[in-house]
Design a protein around this ligand. Structure first.
Ligand SMILES: Nc1ncnc2c1ncn2[C@@H]1O[C@H](COP(=O)(O)OP(=O)(O)OP(=O)(O)O)[C@@H](O)[C@H]1O
Ligand SMILES: [Mg+2]
Length: 223
């Protein structure tokens, strides 16, 4: 399956993608990960390199508007993790990915600023409309399954619950698991990722499995 990690602007995607990839690898289900950097900034790729994160899985450079023609989503327990650029600036790459994504994770902080850029941007297309316009170009004829991951949350802050409800009102699914604001995650890019399964990203993998969003046993997830 192919998981597209997306957002209109800088929202913690690459950090989440790096950690979630490792939490998948560490999971008992035996997932294999293949990374794709579909962002011109190349930070997922750069993080993976020897002397930096030294990831045990490859990260391919693929900031391409022909992504859907050039990449075949893997089957079984193999998961393509794609880090996308800003949909605000690189809509053609986003459109290409959305043709073949089995799951979209929309990364955001529970803030007015992120909410506005996703739901009511002044000068761009709302993310919901980007998703909707992918439907006729997909094999299923339906937009891809999409889940919001709240990140950089602050313990006990009312913002987490508030923006969860706001996104649900907009028609989004929102993961119960949230990624807390922390120095460990915030300063992790460029170094090795260890013990991901024991962090909130491990809890996220468990939630994804429970919700049928990841292959478990012999069961394929294709959408
Ligand atoms: N859980 C976290 N806690 C604290 N800081 C975080 C966390 N996750 C990400 N950050 C910080 O937020 C900023 C943006 O993160 P990141 O670069 O991953 O976002 P991005 O969406 O990939 O951005 P871009 O689209 O511009 O590449 C960085 O300074 C990063 O260190
Ligand atoms: Mg990034």
């Amino acid at each position: 399956m192919l998981i597209a990690n997306m957002s209109p602007r800088t929202t913690g995607k690459t950090t989440d993608t790096g950690w979630l990839s490792h939490a998948l690898l560490e999971d008992e289900e035996g997932y294999e990960v293949e990374g794709y950097d579909a962002d011109h900034s190349k930070q997922f790729w750069s993080w993976s390199q020897p002397g930096k994160g030294n990831f045990s899985f490859p990260v391919h450079l693929k900031a391409s508007a022909k992504f859907h023609q050039e990449v075949v989503p893997p089957t079984g327990k193999r998961i393509a993790m794609v880090d996308c650029g800003h949909t605000e600036n690189h809509i053609f790459i986003a459109d290409s990915l959305l043709r073949i994504a089995d799951l979209v994770i929309l990364h955001m902080s529970p803030t007015a600023a992120d909410w506005e850029r996703i739901v009511e941007p002044e000068t761009a297309k709302p993310f919901k409309d980007i998703l909707a316009s992918s439907a006729p170009l997909r094999a299923t004829g339906r937009k891809p399954e999409t889940w919001v991951l709240l990140n950089r949350t602050v313990a006990n802050a009312s913002s987490t619950g508030y923006y969860r409800e706001e996104m649900i009102k907009e028609g989004y699914n929102v993961f119960t698991t949230v990624i807390p604001r922390s120095e460990r995650f915030g300063d992790s890019m460029g170094g090795p990722v260890e013990g991901a399964a024991k962090t909130a990203f491990g809890a996220l993998v468990t939630e994804m499995k429970k919700r049928g969003l990841l292959p478990v046993g012999d069961q394929e997830v294709r959408r």
